[in-house]
Write a protein that binds this ligand. Structure first.
Ligand code: HEC
Length: 116
């Protein structure tokens, strides 16, 4: 019994380390929309997929804006933390995504958007 518990703890620890190694925070949220992209640029590919699924309709296919403002140079107006807050908590007509996307997903999204 004791041994089983220990094994479970070791597994959980190994899993946690694995997540941290992937650049995630220690919150341990698992991405819900895993793409079968190569691990090397997995985060960017995943962020792009999330953008297409959740943001494109309002911010445009080329981030040029539409219902929402264009996001091409958003990093010149808002810091990564400010963008994170807008996406997670919403602002005016911008819906909150905190309930749908994990912190890791939002962070990857901010990084991806700022790199466009
Ligand atoms: C229903 C339409 C809609 C969707 C979907 C949407 N947004 Fe927005 N977004 C807006 C609007 C409208 C604003 C402007 C809010 C304001 O006036 O304060 C905005 C503002 C923003 C801003 C701040 C821009 C600035 O210049 O201040 C960021 C960053 C942003 N959205 C990112 C995203 C991301 C990333 C997603 C996908 C997870 C997303 N939005 C999905 C409508 C949307």
């Amino acid at each position: 019994m004791k041994r089983k518990l220990w094994t479970a703890a070791a597994l959980i620890a190994a899993f946690g380390l694995g997540l941290a190694a992937c650049g995630g925070s220690d919150k341990g949220g698992t991405p819900r929309e895993q793409e079968d992209a190569a691990p090397a640029d997995g985060a960017a590919a995943q962020a792009e997929a999330i953008y297409k699924a959740h943001c494109l309709s309002c911010h445009g296919a080329d981030l040029g804006g539409g219902f929402g403002p264009e996001l091409k140079n958003v990093e010149q107006r808002l810091s990564a933390d400010e963008q994170f807050a807008v996406i997670k908590e919403g602002r005016a007509q911008m819906p909150a995504f905190g309930g749908r996307l994990s912190d890791e997903e939002i962070r990857a999204l901010v990084e991806w958007v700022s790199a466009q």
